[in-house]
Design a protein around this ligand. Structure first.
Ligand SMILES: *Cc1c(COP(=O)(O)O)cnc(C)c1O
Length: 389
Protein backbone atom coordinates (compact mmCIF):
# COMPACT_ATOMS: atom_id res chain seq x y z
CA UNK A 1 0.00 0.00 0.00
CA UNK A 2 1.32 3.43 -0.95
CA UNK A 3 2.29 5.45 2.09
CA UNK A 4 1.64 9.12 2.77
CA UNK A 5 4.52 11.51 1.95
CA UNK A 6 4.97 12.32 5.67
CA UNK A 7 5.61 8.63 6.28
CA UNK A 8 8.02 8.35 3.35
CA UNK A 9 9.95 11.38 4.65
CA UNK A 10 10.55 9.50 7.89
CA UNK A 11 10.84 5.93 6.66
CA UNK A 12 12.68 5.83 3.33
CA UNK A 13 16.07 4.29 3.94
CA UNK A 14 17.88 2.91 0.93
CA UNK A 15 21.20 1.87 2.43
CA UNK A 16 22.06 -0.42 5.34
CA UNK A 17 25.53 -1.48 6.46
CA UNK A 18 24.56 -4.95 7.72
CA UNK A 19 25.09 -3.88 11.35
CA UNK A 20 21.32 -3.58 11.93
CA UNK A 21 21.62 0.15 12.68
CA UNK A 22 18.26 1.87 13.11
CA UNK A 23 19.19 5.41 12.06
CA UNK A 24 20.53 6.03 8.58
CA UNK A 25 24.31 5.43 8.30
CA UNK A 26 26.85 7.90 6.93
CA UNK A 27 29.18 6.76 4.14
CA UNK A 28 32.26 8.97 4.38
CA UNK A 29 34.47 7.56 1.67
CA UNK A 30 36.02 9.20 -1.37
CA UNK A 31 36.08 6.06 -3.51
CA UNK A 32 34.84 2.47 -3.69
CA UNK A 33 36.64 -0.83 -4.31
CA UNK A 34 36.06 -3.76 -6.69
CA UNK A 35 36.38 -7.51 -6.35
CA UNK A 36 38.24 -7.91 -9.62
CA UNK A 37 39.89 -6.00 -12.47
CA UNK A 38 36.94 -7.06 -14.65
CA UNK A 39 34.40 -5.56 -12.20
CA UNK A 40 36.42 -2.35 -12.10
CA UNK A 41 36.52 -2.14 -15.88
CA UNK A 42 32.77 -2.78 -16.05
CA UNK A 43 32.06 0.00 -13.52
CA UNK A 44 33.90 2.53 -15.66
CA UNK A 45 32.12 1.50 -18.84
CA UNK A 46 28.77 2.31 -17.22
CA UNK A 47 27.52 5.92 -17.09
CA UNK A 48 24.65 5.06 -14.75
CA UNK A 49 24.39 5.56 -11.00
CA UNK A 50 24.16 1.82 -10.37
CA UNK A 51 27.76 1.25 -9.31
CA UNK A 52 29.55 3.47 -6.84
CA UNK A 53 32.97 4.47 -8.17
CA UNK A 54 33.95 7.77 -6.63
CA UNK A 55 31.97 10.17 -4.41
CA UNK A 56 32.09 12.96 -6.99
CA UNK A 57 29.97 10.59 -9.14
CA UNK A 58 27.77 8.99 -6.51
CA UNK A 59 27.72 8.01 -2.84
CA UNK A 60 25.19 5.94 -0.84
CA UNK A 61 24.45 8.79 1.61
CA UNK A 62 23.86 11.21 -1.26
CA UNK A 63 21.71 8.64 -3.11
CA UNK A 64 19.51 8.19 -0.08
CA UNK A 65 18.90 11.93 0.19
CA UNK A 66 18.09 12.09 -3.53
CA UNK A 67 15.67 9.18 -3.29
CA UNK A 68 13.85 10.77 -0.35
CA UNK A 69 13.47 14.21 -1.90
CA UNK A 70 12.44 12.76 -5.29
CA UNK A 71 9.77 10.72 -3.54
CA UNK A 72 8.45 13.80 -1.71
CA UNK A 73 8.36 15.86 -4.92
CA UNK A 74 6.67 13.05 -6.86
CA UNK A 75 9.66 12.89 -9.22
CA UNK A 76 11.24 9.91 -10.95
CA UNK A 77 14.84 10.85 -10.21
CA UNK A 78 17.17 13.58 -9.01
CA UNK A 79 20.69 14.84 -8.45
CA UNK A 80 22.22 16.60 -5.45
CA UNK A 81 24.74 19.43 -5.45
CA UNK A 82 26.99 21.29 -3.02
CA UNK A 83 24.68 24.33 -2.88
CA UNK A 84 21.42 25.60 -4.29
CA UNK A 85 23.33 27.81 -6.72
CA UNK A 86 25.26 24.77 -8.00
CA UNK A 87 21.91 23.08 -8.72
CA UNK A 88 20.60 26.12 -10.61
CA UNK A 89 23.83 26.79 -12.49
CA UNK A 90 24.24 23.10 -13.45
CA UNK A 91 20.67 23.06 -14.78
CA UNK A 92 21.36 26.09 -16.97
CA UNK A 93 24.70 24.69 -18.20
CA UNK A 94 23.19 21.30 -19.02
CA UNK A 95 20.15 22.46 -20.98
CA UNK A 96 21.30 25.73 -22.58
CA UNK A 97 23.57 25.98 -25.61
CA UNK A 98 25.25 28.93 -27.24
CA UNK A 99 22.63 31.12 -28.90
CA UNK A 100 19.75 29.85 -26.75
CA UNK A 101 17.25 32.03 -24.95
CA UNK A 102 15.89 31.74 -21.40
CA UNK A 103 12.81 33.41 -19.97
CA UNK A 104 12.89 34.14 -16.25
CA UNK A 105 10.73 35.87 -13.72
CA UNK A 106 12.41 39.17 -12.85
CA UNK A 107 11.88 38.39 -9.17
CA UNK A 108 14.47 35.68 -8.49
CA UNK A 109 17.19 35.06 -5.90
CA UNK A 110 20.06 37.57 -6.19
CA UNK A 111 22.74 35.07 -7.31
CA UNK A 112 20.35 33.50 -9.85
CA UNK A 113 19.82 36.97 -11.25
CA UNK A 114 23.60 37.43 -11.42
CA UNK A 115 24.02 34.17 -13.42
CA UNK A 116 21.34 35.29 -15.87
CA UNK A 117 22.66 38.82 -16.33
CA UNK A 118 26.47 38.45 -15.92
CA UNK A 119 27.52 34.89 -16.82
CA UNK A 120 25.10 33.41 -19.36
CA UNK A 121 25.71 36.33 -21.80
CA UNK A 122 29.42 35.29 -21.89
CA UNK A 123 28.28 32.19 -23.80
CA UNK A 124 25.81 34.04 -26.00
CA UNK A 125 22.77 32.98 -23.96
CA UNK A 126 20.22 35.73 -23.78
CA UNK A 127 17.54 36.19 -21.10
CA UNK A 128 14.14 37.92 -21.10
CA UNK A 129 12.26 38.77 -17.93
CA UNK A 130 8.64 39.00 -16.91
CA UNK A 131 6.78 40.43 -13.95
CA UNK A 132 5.36 37.65 -11.74
CA UNK A 133 2.22 39.76 -11.39
CA UNK A 134 1.68 39.81 -15.19
CA UNK A 135 1.83 36.18 -16.39
CA UNK A 136 -0.22 37.11 -19.47
CA UNK A 137 2.91 38.89 -20.80
CA UNK A 138 5.01 35.68 -20.88
CA UNK A 139 3.74 34.35 -24.20
CA UNK A 140 4.96 37.42 -26.11
CA UNK A 141 8.53 36.75 -24.86
CA UNK A 142 8.75 33.25 -26.36
CA UNK A 143 11.16 32.94 -29.30
CA UNK A 144 12.08 29.98 -31.53
CA UNK A 145 15.31 29.55 -29.49
CA UNK A 146 13.66 29.72 -26.03
CA UNK A 147 14.79 26.63 -24.13
CA UNK A 148 14.02 27.26 -20.44
CA UNK A 149 11.36 29.11 -18.49
CA UNK A 150 12.45 29.74 -14.91
CA UNK A 151 10.42 30.82 -11.88
CA UNK A 152 10.58 30.88 -8.09
CA UNK A 153 7.18 30.54 -6.46
CA UNK A 154 6.88 31.99 -3.88
CA UNK A 155 9.72 34.28 -4.91
CA UNK A 156 12.59 35.40 -2.70
CA UNK A 157 12.10 37.86 -1.08
CA UNK A 158 8.97 39.38 -2.66
CA UNK A 159 6.68 36.35 -2.06
CA UNK A 160 5.21 36.71 -5.55
CA UNK A 161 3.31 33.62 -6.65
CA UNK A 162 2.60 32.30 -10.12
CA UNK A 163 0.11 29.70 -11.34
CA UNK A 164 2.38 26.71 -12.05
CA UNK A 165 -0.31 24.95 -14.08
CA UNK A 166 -0.81 28.00 -16.32
CA UNK A 167 2.92 28.43 -17.04
CA UNK A 168 3.35 24.70 -17.56
CA UNK A 169 0.67 24.66 -20.29
CA UNK A 170 2.46 27.53 -22.05
CA UNK A 171 5.78 25.66 -21.87
CA UNK A 172 4.33 22.37 -23.12
CA UNK A 173 2.74 24.13 -26.09
CA UNK A 174 6.08 25.71 -27.04
CA UNK A 175 8.40 22.83 -26.15
CA UNK A 176 10.16 24.78 -23.38
CA UNK A 177 11.69 23.20 -20.27
CA UNK A 178 9.84 24.55 -17.23
CA UNK A 179 12.07 24.87 -14.14
CA UNK A 180 10.64 25.83 -10.74
CA UNK A 181 12.71 26.85 -7.70
CA UNK A 182 10.62 25.34 -4.87
CA UNK A 183 12.91 26.53 -2.08
CA UNK A 184 10.38 28.70 -0.23
CA UNK A 185 7.58 26.13 -0.21
CA UNK A 186 9.47 22.79 0.06
CA UNK A 187 7.78 19.56 -1.11
CA UNK A 188 5.89 19.47 2.21
CA UNK A 189 3.85 22.45 0.99
CA UNK A 190 3.93 22.39 -2.83
CA UNK A 191 4.84 19.79 -5.46
CA UNK A 192 5.36 21.70 -8.74
CA UNK A 193 5.68 18.47 -10.78
CA UNK A 194 2.05 17.68 -9.97
CA UNK A 195 1.13 20.95 -11.71
CA UNK A 196 3.32 20.29 -14.76
CA UNK A 197 6.83 21.54 -13.91
CA UNK A 198 9.60 19.60 -15.71
CA UNK A 199 12.39 20.19 -13.19
CA UNK A 200 12.27 21.35 -9.58
CA UNK A 201 15.36 22.92 -8.03
CA UNK A 202 16.06 23.58 -4.37
CA UNK A 203 18.45 25.25 -2.09
CA UNK A 204 18.45 22.49 0.54
CA UNK A 205 20.33 24.97 2.73
CA UNK A 206 17.04 26.58 3.71
CA UNK A 207 13.93 24.78 5.07
CA UNK A 208 15.13 21.33 3.97
CA UNK A 209 18.03 21.47 6.41
CA UNK A 210 15.88 23.72 8.56
CA UNK A 211 18.45 24.20 11.27
CA UNK A 212 21.03 26.44 9.62
CA UNK A 213 23.81 23.84 9.55
CA UNK A 214 24.78 22.76 6.04
CA UNK A 215 24.57 23.90 2.41
CA UNK A 216 23.08 21.79 -0.34
CA UNK A 217 21.12 21.79 -3.57
CA UNK A 218 18.95 19.36 -5.47
CA UNK A 219 17.22 19.00 -8.84
CA UNK A 220 14.43 16.48 -9.45
CA UNK A 221 12.44 15.48 -12.53
CA UNK A 222 12.05 12.80 -15.17
CA UNK A 223 14.89 10.27 -15.53
CA UNK A 224 15.68 11.38 -19.08
CA UNK A 225 16.25 14.97 -17.88
CA UNK A 226 18.24 13.96 -14.80
CA UNK A 227 20.68 11.74 -16.71
CA UNK A 228 22.43 14.59 -18.64
CA UNK A 229 22.45 16.70 -15.47
CA UNK A 230 24.04 13.82 -13.58
CA UNK A 231 26.80 13.54 -16.20
CA UNK A 232 27.42 17.31 -16.05
CA UNK A 233 27.80 17.21 -12.25
CA UNK A 234 29.84 14.02 -12.26
CA UNK A 235 32.33 15.58 -14.68
CA UNK A 236 32.42 19.18 -13.47
CA UNK A 237 32.28 18.43 -9.73
CA UNK A 238 29.71 20.57 -7.86
CA UNK A 239 28.71 17.34 -6.06
CA UNK A 240 27.09 17.16 -2.63
CA UNK A 241 29.23 16.13 0.33
CA UNK A 242 28.11 12.76 1.82
CA UNK A 243 28.13 14.36 5.27
CA UNK A 244 25.76 17.13 4.15
CA UNK A 245 23.55 14.54 2.44
CA UNK A 246 23.33 12.55 5.68
CA UNK A 247 22.40 15.68 7.66
CA UNK A 248 19.77 16.57 5.04
CA UNK A 249 18.30 13.05 4.97
CA UNK A 250 17.75 13.27 8.72
CA UNK A 251 16.29 16.77 8.26
CA UNK A 252 13.66 15.44 5.85
CA UNK A 253 12.31 13.22 8.65
CA UNK A 254 11.05 16.36 10.42
CA UNK A 255 10.26 18.50 7.34
CA UNK A 256 6.48 18.10 7.44
CA UNK A 257 6.01 18.90 11.12
CA UNK A 258 8.48 21.77 10.90
CA UNK A 259 6.71 23.32 7.89
CA UNK A 260 3.32 23.02 9.63
CA UNK A 261 4.67 24.92 12.64
CA UNK A 262 6.59 27.50 10.55
CA UNK A 263 3.40 28.18 8.57
CA UNK A 264 1.01 28.31 11.54
CA UNK A 265 3.27 30.81 13.33
CA UNK A 266 3.88 32.82 10.15
CA UNK A 267 0.13 33.15 9.51
CA UNK A 268 -0.49 34.22 13.12
CA UNK A 269 2.28 36.84 12.90
CA UNK A 270 1.20 38.12 9.47
CA UNK A 271 -2.38 38.57 10.71
CA UNK A 272 -1.24 40.33 13.87
CA UNK A 273 1.01 42.75 11.95
CA UNK A 274 -1.52 43.47 9.19
CA UNK A 275 -2.62 47.10 9.54
CA UNK A 276 0.13 48.07 12.05
CA UNK A 277 0.64 51.87 12.07
CA UNK A 278 4.39 51.66 11.30
CA UNK A 279 3.88 49.39 8.26
CA UNK A 280 2.62 50.27 4.82
CA UNK A 281 2.04 46.61 3.89
CA UNK A 282 2.31 43.03 5.11
CA UNK A 283 2.67 40.12 2.69
CA UNK A 284 2.08 36.42 3.28
CA UNK A 285 0.76 33.88 0.73
CA UNK A 286 -2.19 32.82 2.91
CA UNK A 287 -3.27 36.38 3.82
CA UNK A 288 -6.39 37.23 1.81
CA UNK A 289 -4.79 40.55 0.82
CA UNK A 290 -1.98 38.73 -1.08
CA UNK A 291 -2.46 39.54 -4.80
CA UNK A 292 -2.21 35.83 -5.72
CA UNK A 293 -4.06 34.47 -2.68
CA UNK A 294 -6.33 32.26 -4.81
CA UNK A 295 -3.37 30.71 -6.65
CA UNK A 296 -1.53 30.16 -3.37
CA UNK A 297 -4.58 28.34 -1.99
CA UNK A 298 -4.76 26.19 -5.12
CA UNK A 299 -1.15 25.00 -5.26
CA UNK A 300 0.17 25.29 -1.67
CA UNK A 301 -1.05 23.34 1.38
CA UNK A 302 -0.04 26.19 3.70
CA UNK A 303 1.54 29.61 3.31
CA UNK A 304 5.11 28.61 4.21
CA UNK A 305 7.41 30.22 6.77
CA UNK A 306 8.27 33.61 5.28
CA UNK A 307 6.49 36.89 6.03
CA UNK A 308 7.52 40.25 4.59
CA UNK A 309 6.51 43.77 5.51
CA UNK A 310 7.27 47.27 4.37
CA UNK A 311 8.30 49.85 6.96
CA UNK A 312 6.96 53.33 6.32
CA UNK A 313 10.29 54.98 7.14
CA UNK A 314 12.39 53.42 4.34
CA UNK A 315 16.08 52.54 4.71
CA UNK A 316 16.53 54.33 8.06
CA UNK A 317 13.51 52.56 9.57
CA UNK A 318 14.81 49.23 8.22
CA UNK A 319 18.15 49.66 9.95
CA UNK A 320 16.48 50.89 13.11
CA UNK A 321 14.17 47.88 13.18
CA UNK A 322 17.02 45.36 12.84
CA UNK A 323 19.04 47.15 15.53
CA UNK A 324 16.08 47.09 17.93
CA UNK A 325 15.48 43.32 17.77
CA UNK A 326 16.29 41.49 21.00
CA UNK A 327 15.80 37.79 20.14
CA UNK A 328 15.36 37.49 16.38
CA UNK A 329 18.66 36.89 14.57
CA UNK A 330 20.10 39.30 12.04
CA UNK A 331 21.47 37.08 9.27
CA UNK A 332 20.84 36.51 5.59
CA UNK A 333 19.92 32.81 5.81
CA UNK A 334 16.31 31.64 5.99
CA UNK A 335 14.36 28.50 6.76
CA UNK A 336 16.04 28.03 10.14
CA UNK A 337 14.53 26.85 13.44
CA UNK A 338 15.58 30.29 14.74
CA UNK A 339 13.61 33.28 13.52
CA UNK A 340 15.62 35.54 11.23
CA UNK A 341 15.12 39.10 10.06
CA UNK A 342 16.83 40.47 7.00
CA UNK A 343 16.82 43.62 4.95
CA UNK A 344 17.15 42.45 1.29
CA UNK A 345 17.93 45.85 -0.24
CA UNK A 346 21.16 46.12 1.77
CA UNK A 347 22.13 42.39 1.69
CA UNK A 348 20.97 39.57 -0.66
CA UNK A 349 19.90 41.97 -3.42
CA UNK A 350 22.48 44.71 -2.89
CA UNK A 351 24.24 43.77 -6.17
CA UNK A 352 21.15 44.83 -8.10
CA UNK A 353 20.84 48.43 -9.23
CA UNK A 354 18.15 50.62 -7.67
CA UNK A 355 16.04 50.19 -10.82
CA UNK A 356 16.49 46.40 -10.84
CA UNK A 357 15.49 46.25 -7.18
CA UNK A 358 12.41 48.35 -7.86
CA UNK A 359 11.49 46.03 -10.76
CA UNK A 360 11.44 43.02 -8.42
CA UNK A 361 9.55 44.84 -5.70
CA UNK A 362 12.41 45.30 -3.25
CA UNK A 363 12.00 48.64 -1.62
CA UNK A 364 14.26 50.27 0.97
CA UNK A 365 11.94 49.45 3.88
CA UNK A 366 11.29 45.80 3.01
CA UNK A 367 11.94 43.40 5.89
CA UNK A 368 11.89 39.63 5.40
CA UNK A 369 11.09 37.51 8.43
CA UNK A 370 11.87 33.80 8.29
CA UNK A 371 9.58 32.61 11.03
CA UNK A 372 11.28 29.99 13.17
CA UNK A 373 10.11 27.31 15.59
CA UNK A 374 10.12 29.40 18.77
CA UNK A 375 6.76 30.14 20.41
CA UNK A 376 4.91 32.45 17.98
CA UNK A 377 3.97 34.90 20.77
CA UNK A 378 7.65 35.40 21.61
CA UNK A 379 8.49 36.06 17.96
CA UNK A 380 5.62 38.54 17.63
CA UNK A 381 6.55 40.29 20.90
CA UNK A 382 10.08 40.90 19.61
CA UNK A 383 8.79 42.29 16.29
CA UNK A 384 6.26 44.53 18.04
CA UNK A 385 8.75 45.93 20.56
CA UNK A 386 11.24 46.63 17.73
CA UNK A 387 8.52 48.40 15.71
CA UNK A 388 7.70 50.50 18.78
CA UNK A 389 11.23 51.91 19.04
C1 LIG B 1 19.20 30.59 -0.99
C2 LIG B 1 18.49 30.43 -2.27
C3 LIG B 1 19.16 29.93 -3.39
C4 LIG B 1 20.65 29.60 -3.37
O1 LIG B 1 20.94 28.53 -2.54
P1 LIG B 1 22.39 28.30 -1.85
O2 LIG B 1 22.21 27.01 -1.15
O3 LIG B 1 22.62 29.46 -0.96
O4 LIG B 1 23.38 28.25 -2.95
C5 LIG B 1 18.44 29.76 -4.55
N1 LIG B 1 17.12 30.06 -4.61
C6 LIG B 1 16.45 30.56 -3.56
C7 LIG B 1 15.01 30.89 -3.69
C8 LIG B 1 17.12 30.76 -2.35
O5 LIG B 1 16.44 31.28 -1.31
Amino acid sequence: MAKHPETNAVRIQTKKTGEKEHSTPLFLTSSFTYDSAEDMAAAFSDDSLDVNIYSRFSNPSVDEFIEKIASLEGAEDGIATATGMAAIYSTFMTFLNQGDHIISASAVFGSTHTILTKYLPKWGIEASYFDMNKPDRIEALIKPNTKILYVETPSNPGLDIIDIEFVSALCKKNNILFVVDNCFATPAVQQPIKFGADLVVHSATKFIDGQGRVLGGVVVGKKELIQPLYLFIRNTGPSMSPFNAWVLSKSLETLFIRMERHAASALQIAKALNGHAKLSSVKYPFLESHPQYAIAKKQMSNGGGIVTFELKGGIEAGRNFLNSLQMISMTNNLGDSRTIASHPSSTTHSKLSLEERAAVGITDGLIRISVGLENADDILDDILQALGK
